[in-house]
Design a protein around this ligand. Structure first.
Ligand code: BGC
Ligand code: NOJ
Length: 805
């Protein structure tokens, strides 16, 4: 619940769980799109606009007695409200306010399985006398392709077309030619007027905060051709004292059959009946209430898969509600559309989507399975991968291309996580083509082997994996050497790159290789299993020899063979990622190097706001390192708290048994925990942000790039699977908590492969790690792994932590 409209930034939520997505701020700013934020944008949004968050869902209330007007969601008029609150919930947002005795509550959602967004506005007259009100709604249409819409005005100002039928305004620009889709905006009430031309609604030189038509209280029934098509409704309402009325609005996306004959010649007008049939059931209060109930059951069911009680409100709130919700949103939207992603630049990232899956595979296994097949279809025959694909076409993005050498390994990680959760070994047999050569179709298993070999076929002078364009750290561009300000780092031509190597990729290989070897051996492919095990052993030896700096793991070797992330460097001496990932691969656990590396993290990278990505940050630009050094010190990859990597250290600390430290690190970036310092943190206190400004920045502690970040999945995996220690494996659920010594008990309800486990963990001796005994339904369990009961029953599991006796 947000209790003031002027939050430090617009704090947003997402509407929609499938094809139709709306971004909505705490004052109803934002926009909507169908599947692809670039190619099917329904409404306009100007990112660099001032005042910020001006575009979005517009509602105005006008008191017809005196002509005064305001917005019940505050924006765009920003007139003072006597009461205001915004509730962002799971897939819906509700904004309540009152002014001049009129109470308003606007609720927005996208009903399940539909391609529409519905708004319910409830108005109550709290005055002693009747109120004569005018209600105006408005949305501004985007001409579909959001990039073109923002750049190609000579054409766009001449293509707009709309139709109006009764209470429905249809945006049909370009329907006359190749498009088969339109957008609609409808109202449940008889209209006193409508407007479809923005200029007619606003009046010359006016903005959304003071439209002339709202001021005057009438609309002119304009029909827009060319120009800026909008949809605005005018409803007159009389509200008696104490009376409440509800008005519904529906913003829809419709794909329609086109008459093939007319498609060849002449204009074609969409069929109004087809559109109205989709909208009508949702334009009623009952329809809306049912949609809200369905949405609630949807999320209840998803979240019930894993619920915890730890006694810590911030941990419970994140793990039970907001973190899996963020994982779900991030899975759907990838990195395409947020307040920091314009919806134009990026589609679905290969490494991103594979990691996003880790945090929600237990909630949406069927979707995760489909995503894996889509991703594998954009893998290249070389074993590499397109770095991104467009969600609408599912085709690899040629402009960005490939050569990010960590990419293919994340596919192995995702598939293993999927099988460990679902037990669905069949996925390995699914036949899927390669993105650059559709004639080559191979089982997923074959795709994974090619992914592993892609790494092994590309080793550098130290026998470490070649980095290519970049590894997980997109900004460590060791092969780019760009001095041209007009060359984007992500697409600049890269040198051949037979020297620059990545310790991170080595670690990632050693994380996934044992699982892939296990898969191979269970499939009876002993030769591959052996090869992978040998390669895994060899890679570990290489990291021991060439990837260890003395007190921490090295980061990389640059194109001249010079160490990156070494005590021998003047800046960028220690990087966070390899300390986490090498430990996660089990490197240095027996011989103390992991502990030493993690102590170095504590000494050099830990701040009260989280763990820094690199220190010292680079003070100036370095061609041999690329984009990382383009950021001012303390921002983004150049020494911010790049949150994605923090959970890796949490997991690493768990692996060496330091539960107090793991918990503490997790809390430093936990958004709920940081709510107490909102004036520093600034971003939404319910979702993780990609970065928090580092120690080198003046505004150390300030978060940016909230919502769409791999942090969501990794924070969830770290807390549920490593700290609380409830970890899916190929054979069942392992119980292996690593908690603060002072945490005396916690419980977890987990549905796993169709069975419900009620797990109660007690820690009477105050240890961090170690299970002394475990009983399932009162029967002792040998070892750490709970069996897969597969009987759809509830099983009560009692776990006693303590030192082994
Ligand atoms: C950002 C990275 C991001 C990359 C994606 C860079 O500008 O700093 O965080 O991974 O763009 O292309
Ligand atoms: C954000 C990108 O989406 C992700 O792919 C990358 O790993 C991180 N930035 C780090 O550069």
């Amino acid at each position: 619940m947000i209790d003031r409209p002027d939050a430090p930034h617009p704090w947003i939520n997402y509407l929609g769980t499938g094809d139709f997505i709306g971004i909505i701020s705490n004052t109803a700013g934002g926009y909507a799109f169908y599947r692809d934020a670039r190619l099917r944008r329904l409404t306009r949004y100007r990112y660099n606009n001032v005042p910020v968050d001006e575009d979005g869902r517009f509602l105005y209330l006008r008191d017809d007695a005196d002509g005064s007007y305001w917005s019940p969601t505050w924006r765009p008029t920003r007139r003072a409200l006597e009461e205001y609150s915004c509730r962002h919930g799971l897939g819906y947002t509700s904004i309540a306010s009152s002014r001049a005795g009129i109470h308003a509550c606007a609720t927005y959602l996208v009903p399940l399985q539909t391609t529409v967004e519905t708004w319910s506005l409830e108005l109550t007259n709290r005055r002693d006398a009747a109120a004569q009100l005018s209600l105006f709604s408005a949305v501004e249409f985007c001409l579909w392709n959001a990039h073109d819409d923002a750049t190609n005005f000579q054409r766009n100002l001449n293509v707009g077309e709309v139709s109006v039928w009764d209470r429905t305004i249809v945006h049909r620009s370009e329907f006359r030619e190749r498009r088969n889709h339109v957008a609609s905006f409808s109202c449940s009430e008889p209209l006193a007027g409508f407007e479809t031309r923005r200029d007619a609604f606003l009046g010359p030189y006016r903005g959304w905060s003071a439209p002339r038509s709202v001021e005057q209280g009438t609309l002119t029934h304009s029909i827009g051709v060319g120009g800026f098509p909008i949809a605005a409704h005018h409803v007159r309402l009389t509200l008696h004292p104490g009376e409440t009325k509800r008005v519904l609005f529906v913003l829809g996306y419709h794909e329609l059959e086109k008459d093939p004959k007319r498609q060849q010649s002449g204009p074609s007008i969409p069929n109004p009946r087809a559109i109205e049939a989709q909208i009508a059931p949702l334009l009623t209060a009952d329809g809306f209430d049912r949609a809200l109930r369905d949405l609630r059951s949807y999320w209840d069911e998803k979240l019930q898969t894993l619920q915890v009680e730890t006694g810590d409100v911030d941990v419970d709130r994140m793990v039970n509600i907001w973190n899996p919700y963020q994982c779900g949103v991030t899975y759907t939207v990838s990195r395409s559309a947020s307040r920091y992603e314009s919806g134009i630049g990026r589609g679905i990232g290969f490494r991103d989507a594979n990691q996003d899956l880790l945090g929600c595979v237990h909630m949406i296994p069927a979707l995760a399975r489909q995503r894996i097949l889509d991703l594998a279809s954009t893998q290249l025959a070389s074993g590499g991968a397109y770095h991104q694909y467009q969600p609408l076409t599912k085709q690899g993005n040629n402009a960005i291309g490939s050569g990010f050498n960590d990419d293919p390994l994340w596919l192995i990680h995702a598939v293993c996580a999927y099988i460990k959760e679902s037990g669905d070994w069949e996925i390995l047999e699914e036949q899927v083509p390669y993105g650059d050569d559709a004639s080559q179709v191979e089982a997923i298993y074959g795709h994974l082997i090619r992914a592993a070999n892609y790494t092994l076929d590309r080793l550098g002078p130290h026998r470490l994996p070649l980095i290519g364009r970049a590894d997980w750290n997109d900004c460590l561009n060791l092969n780019s050497h760009s001095l041209d300000p007009d060359e984007p780092f992500q697409t600049v031509p890269v040198a051949d790159g037979t020297v620059a190597e990545s310790v991170l990729i080595a670690a990632l290989f050693c994380i996934v290789a044992p699982d892939l070897a296990e898969i191979a051996s269970r499939r009876g492919d002993g030769r591959t299993a052996q090869q992978l095990s040998r390669a895994n052993g060899a890679m570990r030896d290489v990291v021991r020899e060439n990837g260890w700096d003395g007190d921490w793991f090295l980061r990389a070797y640059d194109a001249d063979g010079a160490a990156v992330g070494s005590s021998s460097c003047d800046e960028g001496r220690i990087y966070l990622e390899p300390q986490g990932l090498c430990t996660m691969a089990g490197m240095g656990i027996d011989d103390g190097r992991a502990r030493r590396a993690l102590d170095s993290v504590a000494e050099q990278l830990a701040t009260e706001h989280g763990l820094l990505l690199v220190q010292p940050a680079y003070s100036g630009y370095r061609t041999n390192l690329g984009e990382i050094s383009s950021y001012p010190p303390g921002y983004k990859e150049n020494g911010s708290i790049f949150c994605h990597t923090n959970p890796w250290i949490v997991i690493a600390e768990c692996m060496i048994g330091r539960g107090d430290r793991a918990w503490d690190y997790a809390q430093r970036i936990n958004p709920s925990h940081r709510e107490a310092i909102t004036e520093i943190h600034e971003c939404e206190p319910y979702v993780y942000a990609q970065m928090i400004a580092g120690r080198d920045a003046d505004d150390h502690g300030k978060a940016r790039n909230s919502w769409l970040t791999g942090t969501a999945s990794w924070a969830y995996v770290a807390m549920t699977q490593w700290v609380l220690g409830i970890r899916p494996t190929f054979d069942g659920l392992v119980i292996d908590p690593c908690i603060p010594a002072g945490l005396q008990r916690f419980s977890v309800r987990r549905t796993y492969r169709g069975t419900r486990y009620e797990i109660r963990v007690s820690n009477p001796d105050g240890v961090c790690r170690g299970v002394a005994s475990m009983h399932a339904d009162g029967v002792p369990v040998e070892g750490a792994c709970l069996p897969v009961f597969d009987d759809r029953r509830i099983h009560v599991v009692d776990v006693r932590m303590g030192t082994a006796t």
